[in-house]
Design a protein around this ligand. Structure first.
Ligand SMILES: [Zn+2]
Length: 731
C-alpha cells in the first residue's frame, strides 16, 4: 500500500498545476473488478519485479499496450489481498493488519509509478486513452479501501491498543497514519452520513470536472485576436511569427495571443500599445465571468457549499479545518496568522514598487495612473535601468552539463559526501533521458537518479520530481527517482546554454530528488517525499540556496568556451536582480492564498455566495486593496483550489518557503556548506520521510520553532528595508 500523494515539484508559481497531478480526487465510480489477475499475461514486463539494477523500469521491454492490463490486474490483485486481510478471522495485530496492508498492491505500485512518470513526461495517444479510462477506476479503488468498514475496524482496534503494543516509533507513526487516513476519508461515519458524504463527493467530483472543462474552454475563448500588427507593437519578429502561427492553427487571419492560466499574461511585458495590454488583461480577468457557457460562478459557489458541508459532516468547523488536520500548519488559524504576518511588509513593498513604476510613467509623460496591465511593461524598464542585465550575457556561463556536474552534484557532494556515476547501459523511455547511479560517501549504493531536461511537445509544462521505485526496508527496495524539466533543446552539436532561472530549477528539483534518495524508512507509505503539502516544497526550495552560495556558484558559473569565471560585477547584478519585483510577486500569491482560505472556512450553514462580491470583500478584509496588484488567480479561474486538489492548501507554497529560509539561516549560522551540517540535515530531515510529526521533526533539527523573520529578511520585507521609499527608476 502506498500513500496517495506523490510529490511533484515545480519551482515556479506559474507552473504550480503540476504539483497537484499526483493527488487522487475523491470519487465513487463503479469498480469493475474481475479475476483479471488470474489471466494476467506473464510476459507483461510489469508482471514480476524488474531484474535490472535497483529494480529500474525495463523501458526497453515496456510497450504502451502493456500498461492497461497491468493496471487492471494490479487493482484486482490488491483488491483480493485487501479482502483477505479484512476478512481474516484472527484478531487484528500490527503484523497481520498494518504491515499486511503495507505489503499489498506491489504490482499496482510497480506499474502506476512508471505510468504516472511516463504519461507526464512522454505522453502518447494510447497512454492518454488509458489515463482517461482508468482515472475514475483508480479513484474508486482508493475509496473502496478507505471506506471499507470491516477493514477500518481492524485498524481502529490496533489504534486503540497502540500504547500497549510496544511498537518502535516508526511503526507507531504508521498505525496513527493509517487510522487518520481512514477517519479522514469518512470510514468512521454512520451509514447515513457515509451515504451523504458519498453523494457530496460524487457531486463535488463532477463539478470539479465541469469546472476544469469550462475553464479550458474559457481559456481558449479568451485569446486575444487581432488583424492589426500595430496592435502588437513591441513584439520582436519571433514573437510576432508565433502569434501568426497560433492564428493559423486556429484557422483564422491575423494574430492570436492565447491566454495563460494566471491573471497576468506574459506578453504584457513587451506590448507597448496600452489599449492592447488592457484588452488582453480584461480577457484574462473576465474569462470565466462572461455569462456564457464557460461562466464558472455557479460552480464555484456550489463547490464552496459542498465542501463546507463535507467539513461539518466529517466533524470539523469547516472544510479547511478538515483539510489542514494532517498538515504541518494543523489549523486554518495558524495558516491565516502566517499570511497575516506576511501581508503588511508585502503590500508595503508592492506599493513602493508601484511608485517606482509610476515615476517611469510620469517621466515619459504617460498621463495615466498605473493599472495592472501596465505593471510588467514598466517594471521591465525599471529592471533594466536598475540592473542593466542582459540574459544573453549570462547564458554562456551556464552550460547545462557543467551546471549539473560542477554545481548541482558538487553542492550535494560537499554537503552529503555522495558521488555520481553516469550509466549508459540502463534502458530509458526517451533518448534525452540520462541515468546516474548515486553512491554514499563510503561507496555503498544509494539510489538511481534520472534526468529528462529538454522540452518536448508530449511533455507537461514546468518541472517536477517523481519516483519510479519507492524506498522501503520492508520491501527491500532502494529509491529510483527522476527530475523532469522543459529547457530549450540546443541544435545538434550545440551546447545547452540555460538561463539562471533554469539553473535554479535544476537545484530545486534536485532538492526533491535528495528527499527521495535519502529516504531511509521501513514502510513505503512513510517514505521520501510523501509528506504534507506544506512541507514537501521545503527540501527543494532549501536546495535552491546553494545555486547562489559563493563556493558553489564560483565552481560552476564558468564560460563554456574559455572556462573563465563569471565577472564579479555581472554575478553581483545577477544575484541582486533575483529579488526584483518581489513585492508584487508575493502580494499576488498572498491575495490568492487568502481567497482560497476564506472560501474554505465558510461555515456549513452559509448561503450560496456571489463569487464577485465575495472576492471583493475577502480582499478588502485583508487589506489587499492595491488596485494595480490583483490576485494571481481570480476565484472563478483558480483551478488549483477548485479542480486541482489544493483547496485550503494554496498557502502551503509560502509556508514551505518560510521553512526553507529559516533552515538556510541555520546553515549560515553554523558554517554554511559543510559535511557536518549536511549529514545532520540528512539524518534528521531528509532521510526521515513522514516517520515523525513534521513540525516536531523540523523543530528538533532547527532547535527552535521556525519563525518568519528569515523569510522577511530574504525578501527584503523587514520594516527598515520595507519602508524605504522608491529610488528613482530613471538613473
Ligand atoms: Zn517543488
Amino acid at each position: 500500500m502506498k500513500a496517495k500523494m506523490t510529490a511533484k515539484g515545480s519551482r515556479q508559481w506559474k507552473t504550480l498545476t503540476l504539483l497537484v497531478t499526483g493527488i487522487i480526487a475523491l470519487g465513487f465510480g463503479n469498480i469493475t473488478a474481475s479475476a483479471v489477475s488470474n489471466n494476467f499475461d506473464q510476459t507483461n514486463p510489469f508482471y514480476a519485479q524488474s531484474p535490472l539494477l535497483f529494480q529500474a523500469p525495463p523501458f526497453d521491454k515496456i510497450k504502451d499496450e502493456d500498461y492497461q492490463p497491468a493496471i487492471e490486474a494490479g487493482m484486482a490483485q490488491q483488491k483480493e489481498e485487501v479482502r483477505a486481510l479484512a476478512d481474516n478471522p484472527a484478531p487484528p495485530t500490527f503484523e497481520n493488519t498494518v504491515v499486511a496492508l503495507e505489503k499489498t498492491g506491489q504490482l499496482f505500485n510497480r506499474v502506476m509509478l512508471v505510468f504516472n512518470g511516463v504519461t507526464a513526461a512522454n505522453l502518447s495517444p494510447v497512454l492518454e486513452k488509458v489515463q482517461e479510462i482508468e482515472a475514475p477506476k483508480l479513484a474508486a479503488h482508493q475509496d473502496a479501501i478507505f471506506l471499507d468498514t470491516k477493514l477500518f475496524r481492524r485498524f481502529e482496534t490496533i489504534y486503540k491498543q497502540r500504547e500497549s503494543l510496544h511498537l518502535d516509533p516508526e511503526s507507531l507513526r504508521l498505525v496513527e497514519y493509517y487510522y487518520k487516513e481512514f477517519v479522514h476519508s469518512g470510514a468512521n461515519l454512520s451509514d447515513a452520513d457515509k451515504a451523504e458524504l458519498k453523494k457530496l463527493n460524487e457531486e463535488e467530483s463532477s463539478l470539479q470536472t465541469a469546472f476544469a472543462t469550462k475553464l479550458l474552454a474559457a481559456n481558449k475563448a479568451g485569446a486575444f485576436v487581432t488583424k492589426d500588427a500595430k496592435a502588437l507593437a513591441g513584439f520582436n519578429q519571433a514573437r510576432l511569427d508565433g502569434a501568426a502561427e497560433a492564428a493559423k492553427e486556429r484557422k483564422t487571419d491575423g494574430y492570436v495571443i492565447p491566454l495563460q492560466n494566471t491573471t497576468q499574461q506574459p506578453d504584457l511585458v513587451s506590448l507597448s500599445n496600452r489599449p492592447t495590454r488592457q484588452a488582453i488583461f480584461e480577457h484574462s480577468w473576465n474569462r470565466t465571468e462572461r455569462g456564457d457557457a464557460n461562466d464558472t460562478r455557479e460552480i464555484v459557489a456550489r463547490l464552496a457549499q459542498i465542501r463546507a458541508r463535507k467539513g461539518k459532516l466529517l466533524g470539523f468547523a469547516n472544510y479547511a479545518a478538515w483539510k489542514l488536520e494532517d498538515q504541518m500548519a494543523k489549523t486554518p488559524e495558524a495558516a491565516v496568522k502566517f499570511m497575516d504576518d506576511l501581508a503588511p511588509g508585502s503590500t508595503a513593498k508592492a506599493s513602493s514598487e508601484a511608485q517606482d513604476i509610476q515615476s517611469v510613467i510620469d517621466s515619459q509623460k504617460g498621463g495615466f495612473e498605473l493599472q495592472p496591465w501596465d505593471w510588467d511593461f514598466y517594471a521591465e524598464q525599471v529592471r533594466k535601468a536598475k540592473y542593466d542585465l542582459d540574459e544573453e550575457q549570462i547564458k554562456p556561463y551556464f552550460e547545462l552539463n557543467n551546471v549539473l556536474q560542477n554545481g548541482v552534484f558538487y553542492a550535494a557532494t560537499e554537503l552529503y559526501g555522495i558521488t555520481f556515476k553516469e550509466l549508459t547501459n540502463l534502458p530509458v523511455y526517451h533518448p534525452d533521458v540520462r541515468v546516474f547511479e548515486v553512491f554514499n560517501a563510503d561507496g555503498s549504493p544509494l539510489a538511481l537518479w534520472y534526468c529528462d531536461y529538454f522540452k518536448r511537445d508530449n511533455k507537461n509544462g514546468g518541472a517536477w520530481m517523481d519516483t519510479f521505485v519507492s524506498q522501503s526496508k520492508l520491501l527491500g527496495t532502494l529509491p529510483v527517482v527522476f527530475n523532469v524539466a522543459n529547457f530549450s533543446k540546443p541544435a545538434p552539436g550545440q551546447p545547452a546554454l540555460i538561463s539562471f532561472s533554469d539553473v535554479t530549477t535544476m537545484f530545486h528539483e534536485f532538492g526533491h530528488a535528495l528527499h527521495g534518495m535519502f529516504s531511509n524508512t521501513i514502510y513505503p507509505s512513510l517514505a521520501g517525499t510523501q509528506v504534507a503539502r506544506d512541507f514537501v516544497e521545503f527540501p527543494s526550495q532549501f536546495n535552491e540556496n546553494w545555486a547562489t552560495y559563493p563556493a558553489v556558484f564560483d565552481h560552476y558559473a564558468k564560460h563554456y568556451q574559455t572556462g573563465a569565471p563569471m565577472p564579479a560585477e555581472l554575478a553581483a547584478k545577477l544575484k541582486k536582480s533575483e529579488k526584483f519585483n518581489g513585492g508584487y510577486a508575493l502580494t499576488e500569491v498572498l491575495a490568492a492564498a487568502e481567497l482560497d482560505m476564506q472560501w474554505h472556512t465558510l461555515p456549513a450553514a452559509a448561503s450560496s455566495e456571489n463569487p464577485d462580491q465575495f472576492e471583493v470583500e475577502a480582499l478588502k478584509k485583508k487589506q489587499f486593496v492595491l488596485p494595480a496588484v490583483p490576485p494571481r488567480y481570480r476565484s472563478t479561474y483558480f483551478s488549483h483550489i477548485w479542480s486541482g486538489g489544493y483547496g485550503a492548501g494554496y498557502y502551503a507554497y509560502l509556508w514551505s518557503e518560510m521553512l526553507d529560509h529559516a533552515a538556510y539561516q541555520w546553515f549560515e549560522d553554523h558554517g554554511g556548506l559543510t559535511r557536518a551540517n549536511g549529514d545532520r540535515f540528512r539524518q534528521m530531515i531528509l532521510s526521515r520521510g513522514n516517520t515523525e510529526e513534521l513540525g516536531k521533526m523540523y523543530a528538533e533539527w532547527l532547535g527552535a520553532e521556525p519563525t518568519i523573520e528569515p523569510m522577511l529578511k530574504y525578501r527584503d520585507l523587514l520594516p527598515e528595508q520595507g519602508s524605504s521609499t522608491s529610488a528613482s527608476a530613471n538613473k
